[in-house]
Each structure stands twice: as structure tokens, then as C-alpha cells.
Design a protein around this ligand. Structure first.
Ligand code: FAD
Length: 128
């Protein structure tokens, strides 16, 4: 499926640790096509920041049309994301990237820090 740029609605925002947030977005067009290991690009509302910020998918709920992202505040863009409340609208593009391969008899998942969240969806989708 081709990537789409569309509007997502923030369903929830939760602070997990200092500077680390979990945000659930309602964006069925992307959620129904997304795979573990892919990411979305999230646009900021400040027109001086032209480029969207890439954030990996930590959870995909195709039935509910929701994506969960977990991100660390690194600079102005992610700081803006951390202030979003439920009901807020945000522009996103996705799904992007190839995703993780899901075939094979064994899988060893390794990650560290903010690289761990995408492993959660991978773990759910692996059949081994
Ligand atoms: C494919 C992909 C997936 C990703 N997935 C995730 C994810 O799941 N979760 C996550 O938390 N992150 C993820 N990232 C990283 C995330 O995209 C970045 O942290 C985010 O784009 C930062 O945007 P920002 O506007 O907050 O920070 P920016 O303003 O872009 O700043 C980023 C860093 O650069 C520093 N900086 C900015 N300007 C300057 C300057 N002029 N001089 C020196 N230093 C400067 C900032 O202090 C900060 O440390 C991913 C990145 C990629 C490429």
C-alpha cells in the first residue's frame, strides 16, 4: 500500500517516565495497513519546522484503527508532541519503512532505550 498523509486524532497521551511519552493516535487509514517495524512521520504545528519527525510504531490495533507511539523528548518537535491532549488533531504520514521480517523458526529481539518500543508489536506478530 502507498503511504498516505492524513489527519490523526490523539486518543490518549501518557507520561511513562521523565521525558518519555506514550501517545495513541486514531488513524484507521494507516493502522489497517501498518506492520511491525514500520514508522510514521508526525508533522509539528510550527510552520518553521518543515520536516516531520519519524516515530516507530509500538502498537498497531487494526480493528480500532489506532497506532501507539512511544517517544522521548529530544528537541522542539517532540516537546510539542508531549503537550498534545486527547482530541487534538495532528498530520501524519505513513506507514513508512519496510517493517521487520516475520518468517523464521526462532527470533531474538534486541533493543535498548527508545529502540525497545517497536519490539513490542514485533513480539505480538511473531509466530515462533
Ligand atoms: C526511522 C526512525 C524511527 C524513530 N523512532 C523513534 C521512536 O519510536 N521514538 C523516539 O523517541 N524517537 C524515534 N526516532 C527519533 C526521532 O525521530 C527524533 O528524536 C525526533 O525527530 C527529534 O525531533 P525534535 O524536533 O524533537 O528534535 P530536534 O530539534 O530535531 O533535535 C534533535 C536533537 O538534536 C539536537 N539539536 C537540535 N538542533 C541542534 C543544533 N543546532 N545544534 C546541536 N544540536 C542540535 C537537539 O538538542 C536534540 O538533542 C526515530 C527516528 C527515525 C529515523
Amino acid at each position: 500500500m502507498a503511504q498516505v498523509k492524513t489527519e490523526a486524532e490523539v486518543r490518549s497521551q501518557e507520561k511513562l517516565a521523565e521525558g518519555v511519552y506514550s501517545m495513541v493516535l486514531y488513524v484507521p487509514q494507516i493502522a489497517r495497513e501498518a506492520k511491525a517495524g514500520q514508522f510514521i512521520s508526525v508533522y509539528t504545528k510550527d510552520p518553521s519546522r518543515l520536516l516531520p519527525r519519524p516515530i516507530s510504531l509500538c502498537g498497531i490495533d487494526r480493528e480500532r484503527g489506532e497506532l501507539r507511539i512511544v517517544y522521548r523528548v529530544a528537541g522542539a518537535g517532540t516537546e510539542e508532541f508531549s503537550r498534545y491532549q486527547a482530541g487534538e488533531k495532528v498530520q501524519v504520514m505513513g506507514p513508512l519503512g519496510n517493517g521487520f521480517p516475520l518468517k523464521g523458526k526462532k527470533a531474538v529481539l534486541m533493543g535498548g532505550g527508545i529502540g525497545i518500543p517497536p519490539m513490542l508489536e514485533l513480539m505480538k506478530e511473531l509466530d515462533c
